[in-house]
Design a protein around this ligand. Structure first.
Ligand code: NAP
Length: 279
């Protein structure tokens, strides 16, 4: 599993990670086993959020005794992201996760609380060592510029955004902005959150053909495409140990320029939408 620099951080983060939204809908032991299988296969980047119900305690149990192997990310809800609320939310997440620090802490999406307050709280958390870095989620290029102006360079570790084969809006302006400013771009819902191209469709056939050439699966090809540039990461969610191992194996796939062009043609990115899509 290849690892990359995560924005300004020196520590290596797996290109493919593990999402945990709705992971608590699976039987607890099955879900924990999937996370451990992912860790065993090198998926050290585990993404969660205070919003994700029982996911944080589930992760605490799954990574017991292995905290140092994990690059642990959680998120504060926008309605909690005031100066004091952000710190209180982080402390609740730390308690639920059974750890004394987060590797990265994100604002889940922009709400009505001034960004200045959230950034000040995130900096306080970073200075106190409760978080090692912070980032944002669902930010467009204007939001990112505002965060950069408040925080200064080298502070925003990542922007976590909706990015999958059928939803490539971030390629217009958000990805170039992140590349210019050394911010990691983390693709959430990389399999369309359960809506992956069916094998019998024309698009599915393109993926099947490329997959066959690599002895891989179409989902592995999708992950390889979504992480084809050095600033890109992806965090698929799975509650199945075998799927976690398959997702990890995608980290080693390298697509040729011709294959990237074929995928690009089959899944065109379309015009730039007025606002950044999110789910
Ligand atoms: P996703 O990862 O796009 O898709 C998950 C679906 O793919 C599940 O049905 C899963 O089923 C299936 N799957 C995973 N690996 C597979 C494999 N190798 N073979 C076949 N099926 C596979 O969906 P997501 O949960 O929406 O997104 C991923 C993560 O991104 C979330 O869990 C969360 O951490 C993050 N996220 C962030 C935001 C945000 O606003 N920041 C929003 C949405 C999501 P099985 O469980 O059966 O494998």
């Amino acid at each position: 599993m290849p690892h990359r620099r995560f924005g300004p951080l020196e520590c290596p983060v797996s290109v493919i990670g593990q999402g945990t939204w709705r992971l608590d809908e699976a039987p607890r032991e099955t879900a924990a086993a999937a996370l451990r299988a992912g860790l065993d296969a090198g998926l050290n980047h585990i993404d969660t959020a205070e919003m994700y119900g029982e996911a944080e305690p589930l992760i605490r149990d799954a990574i017991a005794g292995r905290r140092d192997e994990v690059f642990l990310v959680s998120k504060v809800l926008p309605q909690n992201a005031s100066r004091r609320g952000t710190i209180a939310a982080c402390e609740r997440s730390l308690a639920r996760l059974g750890t004394d620090r987060l590797d990265c802490y994100l604002l889940h999406w922009r709400g009505s609380i001034p960004l200045e307050e959230t950034v000040a709280a995130l900096e306080t958390l970073r200075e106190s060592g409760k978080i090692l870095s912070w980032g944002v989620s669902n930010f467009d290029e204007a939001d990112l510029a505002e965060a950069l102006a408040l925080a200064g360079p080298g502070r925003i570790a990542c922007n976590q955004v909706l990015y999958h084969l059928e939803e490539r809006a971030i390629e217009h302006a958000v990805l170039p902005w992140c590349e210019t400013h050394g911010v990691a771009l983390v693709a959430y819902s990389p399999f369309g959150s359960g809506d992956f191209p069916a094998p019998r469709t024309a698009k599915g056939q393109v993926l099947q053909k490329i997959a066959a050439a690599h002895g891989a699966t179409p989902r592995q090809i999708a992950l390889a495409f979504l992480t084809r540039k050095p600033s890109l990461f992806a965090i698929p969610k799975t509650s199945t140990a075998d799927h976690a191992r398959q997702n990890a194996a995608a980290g080693d796939l390298v697509l040729s320029d011709a294959e990237i062009a074929e995928i690009d043609a089959a899944f065109p990115r379309g015009p730039k939408p007025r606002s950044l899509p999110m789910i």
